[in-house]
Design a binder for this molecule. Structure first.
Ligand code: HEC
Ligand code: HEC
Length: 289
């Protein structure tokens, strides 16, 4: 090998490469750098042996430590379930109406119920339970069906018009579509229903004719005073809460079509404790009375 040039200033050999008159010194790599470099190689080998590392045909090398994030998550979940089990047992054993008198149990139930609500109910009833057209608001104390905590529990368990035998069921007739009432009669009825909650913009003559039609056709479900009946899920027509909208067009639309909202049964989708928890949660949203 030819003797290489030595740099005059530093006394270090050069590599022999030269670019535009600049020559490269052939300094050795710093010792600390070389040591770190070898250490990483050793570390890699140790890691391959100890931890899951290499892909195999159908699986992978599991490593001596048998580490698995998946198994860790599973065991954390089991741990969480075990930790929560006593509270759920207590919830199952407590009559729903009395859950509120135990502060710890109530707090636990509200959190569990809120989680169930967000996962299962907010798609239809809105994130906070505020409802939308056709989907009742759950944050007020106005209930179509039995609004006691046990009544709400029954609604959740079996659903409304869900097709189950135990489901809450009733069907307002489609007076217009099925030709049971004429357009003029529907318009009179609309005036009457409107007059139950409004003093402005009422056609008195029409409302009076509507009152007679109401007495013959509607009182069996909505009651003589129009205040509704929770055994049929028939809304109160005298208040400011409207399931299908507050305008005259909305009101006459419902008399014409007789829509009946469908709420799925959750008894076979959720565990009994989850149904209990979300019933308490929803009941408390409405004021808890
Ligand atoms: C697919 C849409 C849908 C989902 C999901 C849904 N609901 Fe409903 N829910 C409805 C509809 C529609 C009604 C109104 C039925 C009617 O018109 O009588 C209703 C009615 C109710 C009522 C009765 C309200 C009253 O005034 O009596 C309660 C309580 C209720 N839902 C709670 C829940 C809870 C809690 C969940 C989740 C576990 C849930 N809902 C999931 C559509 C849904
Ligand atoms: C068989 C019982 C039944 C009869 C009879 C009945 N309704 Fe209803 N009505 C209901 C039910 C149940 C609802 C709620 C539907 C739902 O929850 O989807 C309702 C809803 C309504 C609504 C909508 C209320 C809202 O909050 O948006 C109006 C308006 C109404 N009915 C008017 C009438 C009039 C007028 C008559 C008579 C011509 C009548 N109903 C007869 C059961 C009945």
């Amino acid at each position: 090998m030819a003797k290489r040039e030595v740099d005059d200033v530093s006394g270090v050999e050069t590599t022999g490469h030269e670019w535009d008159g600049i020559r490269e010194l052939d300094n050795p790599l710093p010792r600390w750098w070389v040591l770190v470099f070898y250490a990483t190689i050793v570390w890699a080998v140790v890691y391959w042996v100890a931890m899951p590392a290499w892909p195999l045909w159908n699986s992978y090398t599991t490593g001596l430590r048998g580490h698995s994030d998946r198994a860790n998550v599973a065991s954390e979940l089991t741990g969480l379930q075990t930790a929560r089990a006593p509270m759920f047992t207590q919830l199952d054993a407590t009559p729903l109406a009395q859950v509120g008198s135990n502060a710890d149990l109530m707090q636990f139930t509200m959190e569990a119920g809120k989680a169930v609500f967000n996962d299962n109910c907010s798609t239809c009833h809105g994130a906070g339970g505020q409802g939308a057209k056709g989907y009742p608001s759950l944050v007020d104390d106005v209930w179509l069906w039995d609004g006691t905590v046990d009544g709400i529990h029954a609604t959740l368990q079996h659903g409304i018009r869900s097709g189950k035998d135990e489901a809450r069921f009733s069907m307002m007739p489609a007076y217009g579509r099925d030709g049971m009432l004429q357009a003029a009669q529907i318009s009179d009825l609309t005036e009457f229903v409107w007059s139950l909650s409004h003093t402005q913009d009422v056609n008195r003559a029409a409302a009076t004719r509507g009152a007679e039609l109401f007495a013959t056709n509607c009182v069996s479900c909505h009651g003589a005073d129009g205040k509704g009946d929770p055994t049929f899920g028939a809304p109160n027509l005298t208040d400011a809460e409207w399931l299908y909208g507050p305008t005259k067009a909305d009101i006459s639309g419902q008399i014409y079509e007789g829509r009946g909202g469908v709420m799925p049964a959750f008894g076979d989708r959720l565990s009994p404790s989850q149904v209990r928890a979300v019933a308490v949660y929803v009941h408390s949203l409405g004021g808890g009375t």
